[in-house]
Structures are given as C-alpha cells and as structure tokens.
Design a protein around this ligand. Structure first.
Ligand code: UGA
Length: 433
C-alpha cells in the first residue's frame, strides 16, 4: 500500500492543467487548481467548464462534489500545505519556432516564493529538453529542498479524459525518490500502463519525440495520398496495407488536408529550434511541417480552381472533431486563403467558432452549402456523416464535395447526385473493408 501523497496545487487551468487536475482529484488526490485569470476561476467555481472536452464536466462535477477539487485565483491558497506544485501554464511559440518559457519561468518563481520548503514541482507543460535542469538549478539557489520532476502529458483533445484514465504509458523524469513521490499521485490511474522513470531530459524529449513521430506519419501518408492523386491509387487501401505491417501499425494513417491544433505544428517547430541550438540536423522532423503547410495550400488551390469565382462551403472549423479548438486548423487556413482570393466562403461547425477574416459562419450545414459550387468537408465530425445530402445537393449551385478527411459515405453522396473527390481517393475505386 502506497502512502497517501500530499495535496497538489495545479498552476494554470488551461486545457492541460484542468484535465490533469480534475482527473487526479477524481483519482483520489486533494487538488487545488489555480489560475491568474480570476474570471476563468469564477466560471469554474460556478460549475462551468471553459473548454469543450467530452466527459470533463462529469469529472469536474464529481471531484468538486467529493471535496477533493477546488479552484482558486490566490496562489498562496493553492499552495497552502501543498506537497506538490504542478506547472501547467502555456509555452507559446516564439518567433524562431522555439518555446517561449516566460510563463513557466514566472510561475516557477512565484511557486518558489510561496511554497513549502520541500515541495516537489512537477512540470506538466511541454518544455524543451533541459528546462527542468535549469529550473532545478534556480531552486537549488533559492529553495534547496525543492525538487523538479517532468511528467509529460500525452492527452489528445477530444479524448483527453479517456487518454488520462487509460494511458499508454506514464513518464516521470527526475531523481528517483522524487519521481516515485509523483508517481504516487497516479496510484489509481492506468494501473496496467508501463510507468517509466527516466532523467528529466529524456522525459522532456519523449513528449517532443512522440508528437514529431505522429506528425511525420500524417505528413508521410499525405504525401502518399498526393501520389495516389497523381497516379490513380487509393490512399485508404494503401494505408490499410501499410498499417497491417505490425512494425508500422494502423493508427495515424488517415490522409487529409493536414494536421492542426496547438501541439503538432508548435512541437515539431520546437524540435527543429532545439536541434538548431544543439547543432544537430533533423531534416525529417522539419519536413513534417513543410509537407503539412503544403498540404492545405494544395487543397486550397484545388478548390479555388474548381470554384472558379463561385461560393464555397466549408463543413468543419475545429482542427479535429470533439473539440472547439481552432488553433492552426487547416480548414480555416483554406477558408482564409479563399476569402482573401475574393471568394464567398460560408462555414459551419457544430461547436467551434471561426475567427474574423475566414468567411461567414452559419449555424446549419445545409445553409452553409446554399449556392456553393464546392463543399469542403474539413473536419470529420460524426454528425456530418448523417447530413441530409439530398438537401445539400438541392442547396448547392454545383456538385463537387471535396471530402478533405476521406470520411464520408461516398455512396450516399453519389445517390444524391453529388460528385465526391477525396484526398488521394479521387477515383471511385473499391476500398478494402
Ligand atoms: C496531440 C497528440 O496526439 C497527443 O498525444 C498529445 O498529448 C497532444 O498532441 C499534445 O501535445 O498535447 P491533439 O493535437 O489533440 O493531440 O490531436 P491529434 O488527435 O493528435 O490530431 C492532431 C492533428 O492531426 C489533427 O488535425 C488531426 O486531424 C490530424 N490527423 C491525425 C490526421 O490528419 N490524420 C491522422 O491519421 C491523425
């Protein structure tokens, strides 16, 4: 039986901090979530959830009701009696692609100024390799009994609660005694998951490496899709065949209009920046991002040519289904470029909101398709599969639906008289089941 770990203060109630804090409270820990944004804290104290994340409201509600989770905008209150302080603040991108550590540095200094003597600081934000060691040096000068541990998160938006509860692995980087203390917070989480204790730099790199591998897979399958477009193959069957190789595996081989979100684009560029500073060449990692940028531009050009000055509809604004996050969403980049080219663009999304300059957002999908020459299916929301395609066909002023995620039932669209093209799947060929 593991000793009860002490209370945890989570610094930052963004996506990472809120999911982690709430799920660790639900797993039996005493957690105080802190944010300097008093309005955000008030929303959370009133039972609201500031992000769209399936299942998170239930976790927050039950953890709050059990008395194990509370929210505060007073750092001293969050740290009062805390054995752990978790840094879950933003690490935005700097101009050269590297991570801007201003918030981490400030939050760490604030914690050092207010925490107990021997608190364990857990860095949960994604940070460049070496950051934890720099923080430890600072702590050694100011508060010598403070220890820094890196515990990267591998939560995907839209499935973050499930990813937390059923992790593929748990990673703890730092001195063994300290990582053992931190692991105890996860004592009732993912009991079958491998728990890997490493040095801080390996833990920090593990997060960057995982996202770079995944991003590169997406870019590679998109390159294969473009080859299929040029040569006549079907990338859906190709991905199935390639993924059946046990060494490769089937996940993350869905071709499309490119990856988006707050993680892949930023982390791949951060890896390149880290490598530059270290004097190491990482051309494969860099190429993942180059190919990704080219992918949405290629699709935008294809639509521009097909629309020939007529209106375009874009179904899906979020960078992927299950989230309202629009950061780096490729559908929005396409929308912006088409708008700038003078086309009328109407967008629909069941949850996400488009920023200015990307066209007009309407609140029903068929309405978005009214008068459109081309419809782009940009985000594979499950509800898009059940659209009334006859109504879409009747509303359109053309017939082309570009399935930017190869996710729709092309037979149903064909029956409605629509012409469907995919990404690397333009020819209507038999696809392996
Ligand atoms: C990603 C990682 O999957 C998480 O493990 C990681 O913790 C997270 O970043 C993070 O760093 O915090 P996320 O960005 O939420 O999670 O979303 P993903 O599901 O990974 O999708 C990223 C993008 O790739 C999306 O735009 C998605 O549409 C695209 N994608 C994904 C494809 O185009 N094809 C695929 O086969 C898979």
């Amino acid at each position: 039986m593991t000793d009860e770990p002490g209370p945890l203060a989570v610094i930052g109630t963004g996506y990472v901090g809120l999911v982690t804090g709430a799920c660790l409270a639900a797993a039996g820990n005493e957690v105080r979530c802190h944010d300097i944004d008093a309005d955000r804290i008030r929303v959370l104290q009133d039972g609201g959830i500031p992000i769209h994340e399936p299942g998170l409201d239930d976790v927050v509600r039950s953890a709050t009701a059990s008395g194990r989770l509370r929210f505060t905008d007073e750092l001293a209150d969050a740290l009062d009696g805390a054995a752990f302080a978790m840094l879950a603040v933003g690490t935005p991108q700097d101009e050269d692609g590297s991570a801007d550590l201003t918030f981490i540095d400030q939050a760490f200094r604030d914690v050092l100024a207010a925490c107990a003597e021997d608190v364990t600081v857990i860095v949960r934000s994604t940070v460049p390799p070496g950051t934890g060691d720099v923080l430890q040096d600072l702590a050694d000068d100011l508060r010598p009994r403070v220890t820094v541990v890196n515990a990267p998160e591998f939560l995907a938006e839209g499935t973050a609660v499930r990813d937390f509860q059923e992790p593929d692995r748990l990673v703890f980087g730092g001195p063994a005694e300290a990582t053992a203390r931190v692991e105890a917070l996860w004592r009732d989480v993912g009991r079958d998951a491998p728990r890997i204790h490493v040095d801080r730099i390996t833990a920090e790199l593990a997060k960057y490496a995982s996202n770079t591998f995944l991003a590169a897979r997406v870019s590679l399958i998109n390159e294969m899709a473009n080859l299929c477009d040029a040569l006549g193959g079907d990338v859906r069957s190709l991905a199935k065949i390639v993924g059946l190789d046990a060494r490769i595996g089937p996940s993350f081989l869905r071709a499309g209009i490119g990856y988006g979100g707050s993680c892949f684009p930023k982390d791949v560029q951060a890896v390149a920046a880290v490598a530059r500073r270290a004097g190491v060449d990482v051309p494969v990692a860099e190429a993942a991002e180059v190919t990704n940028q080219a992918q949405w531009q290629r699709v935008a050009q294809r639509i521009e040519e097909a629309a020939d000055g007529r209106p375009v509809a874009i179904l899906g604004i979020a960078f992927k289904p299950g989230t309202d996050d629009v950061r780096e969403a490729p559908g929005l980049k396409i929308a912006r470029r088409l708008t700038e080219a003078g086309l009328v663009v109407r967008l629909y999304d069941p949850v996400a909101k488009a920023p200015d300059g990307c066209g007009t957002q309407v609140d029903d999908p068929v309405g978005a398709c009214q008068g459109a020459a081309v419809v782009l299916h940009a985000t594979e929301w499950p509800e898009h599969a059940d659209l009334d395609w006859q109504a879409v066909a009747d509303a359109m002023d053309g017939k082309l639906v570009l399935d930017g995620r190869n996710a729709l039932d092309w037979g149903a669209l064909g029956k409605a008289g629509l012409r469907v093209e995919g990404i690397g799947a333009r020819a209507r060929k038999e696809v392996m089941a």
